[in-house]
Design a protein around this ligand. Structure first.
Ligand SMILES: [Zn+2]
Length: 427
């Protein structure tokens, strides 16, 4: 009796994962990656992109059948269009540290520049590349446009950060798998055996938890033995400064445990040594901290006692586009959410358009909003508090991996991760 419904559902799911335009990778693209390095600068109110350099990298790792990003996640997206016909041939959604910085108090008074990188398969013909940034109303607006003719432009094939790579676990060809690439940060040449052990342990953390555990064969894992001059990382609040290959640091935006790197071009230089869809930067420190930015990178301490929880949590941000569900922290963001629109993250709602979120997973007798009482401890509902604010932003469950880090992923987060796995390694 269920058969007609399941056929309908699979047709529907199949159709939303189809590229909007041409399905043939070979018609538009050839081997290699076109990498556009830009700088973006600005304040809380303005953003300016400036072209820096074009590079040609070897390893394209994304899907060859799904070239248009089916999710409208992220604070930015870029589109690649065939210049002659205007056909959309590639798109990608993502977040940046610059955008987070724009919500800090510092951005009200200081103009600052960050490095930025776009990557897509090497086009056969002239292309138009457009960057669209999401505004406070949740809409994407065109902020940069460039025309690139691969036949005439100079592309730098060089990479000054060439390092040995290691295959940790290969389950299939890169274009049919999600390729996680672990990068060594703050490891000296003598510490590379430790790094490989740390990367194997961290990969094990991710795949010890559902829904990653039962989808392990959809992933490949590799590691880059990227050597740093010094061991460890910057801890500015303690006056500790290290010379490391990707310039990571604690105290990002003044928050001690927020360890990131602003040097995204070096991250991409190191990562260009191997295939990757997701970059995981492992930092050779025992100090608690890390970060995860959607489709940019994950980063965390290799040796902290809480590393398992942090690794899975940060990968939830970077891979799944999941928001933090906690709200009782010292995170110093100003007006992070516009309460008049739905946040793009799949695991938060302002109830402005709850139908577009997990309403279908909430039982009819569960009140909306849902009281945070023992009765609803294990219930999917709508609980007030999430995304760093205690009022008017709601999360799906009382506890979740994206909330306290003690629990597993809630059903809403788990579903979002499974959809993302299908997007990259779909049937
Ligand atoms: Zn959740």
């Amino acid at each position: 009796m269920n058969r007609p419904i399941s056929i309908f559902l699979s047709i529907f799911l199949f159709s939303i994962f189809q590229p909007a335009q041409n399905q043939s990778f070979d018609r538009w693209f050839e081997d290699g990656v076109m990498r556009i390095d830009l700088m973006f600068s600005g304040t809380s109110e303005e953003t300016t992109y400036s072209f820096s350099v074009l590079r040609k990298e070897k390893h394209y790792s994304g899907s060859r059948s799904i070239l248009i990003d089916p999710f409208d996640y992220g604070d930015h997206k870029f589109l690649v269009k065939d210049a002659a016909s205007g056909a959309l041939i590639f798109s990608h959604t993502y977040c940046t540290l610059f955008r987070e910085w724009q919500t800090t108090l510092e951005a009200d008074t200081l103009k600052r520049a960050f490095s930025h990188v776009l990557r897509f398969p090497w086009p056969k013909n002239s292309v138009i590349v457009e960057i669209h940034d999401r505004d406070k109303n949740g809409d994407f607006n065109l902020t940069w446009i460039g025309k690139i003719d691969p036949a005439t432009i100079y592309a730098d094939p060089g990479n000054q950060l060439v390092f040995e790579t290691v295959d940790l676990e290969i389950n299939g060809p890169p274009e049919e798998r999600i390729d996680i690439l672990f990068l060594a940060e703050g490891y000296t040449a003598d510490e590379m055996d430790k790094f490989v052990g740390d990367a194997e342990r961290s990969a094990g953390f991710i795949f010890s938890e559902e829904p990653f555990k039962s989808n392990r064969s959809a992933f490949n894992m590799r590691a880059v033995k990227s050597v740093s001059k010094d061991s460890g990382t910057d801890i500015p609040g303690q006056g500790i400064w290290k010379n490391t290959v990707m310039n990571s640091t604690f105290y990002t935006f003044g928050i001690e445990r927020y360890m990131t790197t602003l040097d995204y071009q070096s991250v991409c230089d190191v990562a260009s040594n191997a295939h990757y869809d997701q970059v995981y930067i492992l930092v050779n420190t025992a100090k608690y901290g890390g970060g995860g930015i959607y489709n940019l990178y994950s980063i965390s301490a290799a040796d902290n006692a809480a590393s398992r929880a942090v690794v899975i949590h940060e990968f939830g941000h970077a891979f799944g586009g999941l928001a933090d569900e906690y709200f009782n922290s010292a995170v110093a963001y100003n007006d992070f959410f516009n309460l008049e629109v739905e946040p793009w993250n799949p695991n938060l709602t302002t109830l402005v358009d709850f139908d577009s979120k997990w309403k279908g997973m909430v039982a009819k007798d569960t009140p909306i909003p849902t009281p945070s009482t023992d009765q609803y401890q294990e219930t999917v509902g709508v609980f007030e508090g999430g995304g760093y604010v205690s009022k008017d932003v709601f999360r799906p469950m009382i506890d979740c991996r994206m909330h306290t880090n003690d629990a597993g992923f809630c059903p809403v987060c788990s579903k979002a991760i499974q959809q993302m796995i299908r997007r990259h390694a779909g049937d």
